[in-house]
Design a protein. Sequence first.
Length: 157
Amino acid sequence: TPSNGETAQPTPEPAGPITPASIEVYNVGGTPDNPKRAGMATDGDPGTEWRTDTYKQQFPALKPGVGLIASFAESVKFSSVVIDSPSPNTVIQIRTAPSGDPELEETKIIGEATLQGGKTEIKLANAEPSQYLIVWITKLGDGNKSAIGDLQFIRAR
């Protein structure tokens, strides 16, 4: 213990990738898409993918979207999410959520991008710290399906 009467301050977490405590399919209509594969989006291997089902029609014909909800051990201020995906033209929103099982109306959009295929970084400007982040697909990629090979959640400085 320090002898000069000061208490040791906890070291702030460094900026950079942070692994969620858990990740699950976030689904608001019909059956979840490949729920057993959700963890493959955060296993650090872009070759293992979480995939949506193949839809007969583009969203929102059958459901408003589908995605993954990442839960963290504590609220974190994020600067960006990097998505490694083989599905160009997929449109992704990053949303914060108040709980691990929210209604879609309770979530808040903090970033949006159209994936290029390969890595796409979605910047989260001035996002409030959150314990739950949703990677929400609002438009499926080519062939009315999308896959996510790897997600990186980047903590702000």
